[in-house]
Each structure stands twice: as structure tokens, then as C-alpha cells.
Ligand binder design. Structure first.
Ligand code: NAP
Length: 262
């Protein structure tokens, strides 16, 4: 049995960190990537993953990252989780810096990683049968909402990149999987989006029974990567039961509708 090796970005927190744990539990070798070296180091010590600090918006740094990872072994999977949102402004009030950041980290970093890792993924696929890519986009890529414009646009762009990539790789044994979560209660995502306002961030999740957790999303990523190599889960949209649609979020305990209720 080949031990497969995955590169997981966004590994210093939230979904990426949970994905490192999940894949390690499933027996994968994992390279954990994000900017914050201390958090990565702690995760590496705990899980046995290796850790490399890198700013994915810096082209030279990504080139160095790919060189270092390629020199140390094969890459069977790229799991691109790094990304995020800044601001909830209306389109007319949007701050260009926020929009630029969202495009850089969600879209251009993804393109850079695909371009850089594909030669390594092809090499691994040629030897071991197949290789994989997984991208965490969002339900925000599918449905716009007021105040979501910059994030909607960036995640929709990332999602389109993924869909184009899957077609470009047709005929090669390389899977392209998109995971699009709805509300996930992670420690930093909303906090960063709302400029560090803790009370406002907590209010987003208040009374929701229950938002997805990072581990829920990681479990789906792990599942997708561990299906037989000919099975491509193109797009997995996942939400908490309490969020039936982007705008339809139940707050308060979920309860069965009593019989005979009008
Ligand atoms: N939470 C949600 O409700 C939700 C829902 C749908 C989709 N998503 C998507 O899921 C992904 C992860 O979300 P999350 O909730 O886990 O958020 P998170 O906890 O804020 O994680 C974001 C990760 O991205 C990394 N990152 C940010 N900028 C980077 C850069 N320039 N270079 C390298 N790494 C960078 C961060 O690490 P460093 O700061 O250490 O670099 C961090 O590890 C994102 O793509 C997000 O858009 C989240």
C-alpha cells in the first residue's frame, strides 16, 4: 500500500487545520501550509504532519514552497483551503483593498498553486495511479446576498477556475473536487471578516442549532479523497440542517413540527 501525501493549505486554523488532523487519522502524510509558523509547528508536533510557512499571495514564496515540498517526496493531493472574506459592505461602499485581498487569496493563490503543483501531481499519478485536487469554495459562490458582493465574486471566480480545471484535465487520472460549505462556525473566519469585532462575529452564529464545524468539512474532504480513484465528487454543497438556503437560517432549537399544527 502506498502512503499518500497531501499538501493542505489554510492549515493554521479552522477547516484546514481540521483537514490536517483528519488526513493524518486516515494514514496520509501531510504537509501543512499557512503563514503563521508557530500554529503550524504546534499542529505538526501534535499530528506528525510536516509544516511549511508560506504567504500564498507571494509568487516567489509559492515557487520556493513547491520546490521544498517536491524535493522531500511525491504529492498525491493538493487541498486548497486557504482563503477568506473581508467586509460586509454594499457593492457601492466596497473597499478596494478588501476586494483585492479576497481576489488575491481566494483566486490568484489558487491559480498559482494549481500551476505549481500540477507537475508534481502528474508525477505521483503516473507512479501511483491517480492524484487529487480539492478546493474549498463556498455557498457564497452559488448565491449572492446583500453585503456579500466582494466575497461572492471572489468565491464564484474560484469555483469557475475549478470547473474549468476539471475539464482541462479530462483524460488524465487527476480528480478535481469542489467542496462548497454554508455556515461553518470556525474561530477566525467571521472574526476576520468583521475586522476583529468578537461580539458581532458571535452574533452571526447565535442560536443556530448547529452550524457546521471545521471537522464536519474535513470529514467530507477526507471522504472524497479516500473514495476509489475513479470516483470524482465534482461538487459537494454542504450546509447545517438549520440553513436550508443561503438566506433561510433557523435560529433556536430545531424541533419536529407537531402533528395537527396549522
Ligand atoms: N467558515 C465558513 O463559514 C466558511 C464557509 C464556506 C467556505 N469557507 C472557506 O473555507 C476556507 C477556510 O475557512 P475557515 O473558516 O477555516 O477560515 P480561517 O479559520 O480564517 O482559515 C483561513 C486560513 O487561510 C490561511 N491564509 C489566509 N491568508 C493566507 C495567505 N495569504 N497565505 C497563506 N495562507 C493564508 C490562514 O492562515 P494564516 O493566517 O496563518 O496564513 C488560515 O489558516 C476559506 O477558503 C473560506 O473562504 C468558510
Amino acid at each position: 500500500m502506498v502512503t499518500r501525501r497531501a499538501v493542505v493549505t489554510g492549515a493554521s486554523s479552522g477547516i484546514g487545520e481540521a483537514t490536517v488532523r483528519d488526513l493524518r487519522d486516515r494514514g496520509w502524510d501531510v504537509v501543512a501550509v499557512a503563514r503563521r509558523a508557530e500554529r503550524l509547528q504546534a499542529l505538526a508536533e501534535e499530528t506528525g504532519a510536516s509544516a511549511i510557512s508560506c504567504d500564498l499571495t507571494d509568487g516567489d514564496a509559492v515557487t520556493a514552497l513547491i520546490g521544498e515540498i517536491g524535493a522531500a517526496g511525491p504529492v498525491h493531493a493538493l487541498v486548497q483551503v486557504a482563503g477568506g472574506a473581508r467586509g460586509t459592505d454594499r457593492v457601492e461602499d466596497g473597499r478596494i483593498d478588501d476586494w483585492q485581498w479576497m481576489y488575491d487569496v481566494n483566486v490568484l493563490a489558487t491559480q498559482r498553486l494549481v500551476a505549481g503543483f500540477l507537475p508534481l501531481l502528474r508525477r505521483a499519478a503516473a507512479v501511483d495511479g491517480h492524484a487529487d485536487t480539492v478546493f474549498v469554495t463556498s455557498t457564497a459562490a452559488q448565491t449572492a446576498y446583500p453585503g456579500g458582493g466582494g466575497y461572492n465574486a471572489a468565491k464564484a471566480a474560484e469555483s469557475m477556475l475549478v470547473k474549468a480545471l476539471r475539464q482541462e484535465l479530462n483524460g488524465e487520472p487527476i480528480r478535481v473536487v469542489e467542496v462548497a460549505p454554508g455556515m461553518v462556525h470556525t474561530e477566525e473566519f467571521t472574526l476576520n471578516r468583521l475586522g476583529g469585532d468578537k461580539a458581532a462575529a458571535e452574533a452571526v452564529y447565535a442560536g443556530v442549532d448547529d452550524p457546521l464545524t471545521a471537522a464536519d468539512v474535513a470529514d467530507v474532504i477526507g471522504y472524497a479523497l479516500n473514495t476509489p480513484g475513479h470516483v470524482n465528487l465534482d461538487l459537494i454543497t454542504m450546509r447545517p440542517v438549520a440553513q436550508s438556503a443561503q438566506h433561510l437560517l433557523a435560529r433556536g432549537a430545531l424541533r419536529v413540527r407537531p402533528e395537527h399544527e396549522d
